[in-house]
Design a protein around this ligand. Sequence first.
Ligand code: SF4
Length: 90
Amino acid sequence: MNLQENSNNKYCRKCLLKDMPENVYFKNLYDYIENLSEDIKAETREYERRLNACRKCDNLLNGMCRICGCFIELRAVIAKNRCPDMDKKW
Ligand code: SF4
């Protein structure tokens, strides 16, 4: 599916990130987070604590962790996930 040809601003669900406009893939990312089961999500306060730790971390680069390669908002929202750094910042 050609993105420019679709007047409904839909995109191919099989598109790679590089095939999507930036605003679309970030919206997908946030929709994904919002629609995760509450059972697996970290508490809001814990999620914010994790994000604040990442904000201060030298391994944060363009929203991704340089150690694991994850978008930190995706990694941090899952309760069971841990910071991959040896110092375990969260
Ligand atoms: S090393 Fe830990 S604190 Fe630093 S960016 Fe990665 S997940 Fe966040």
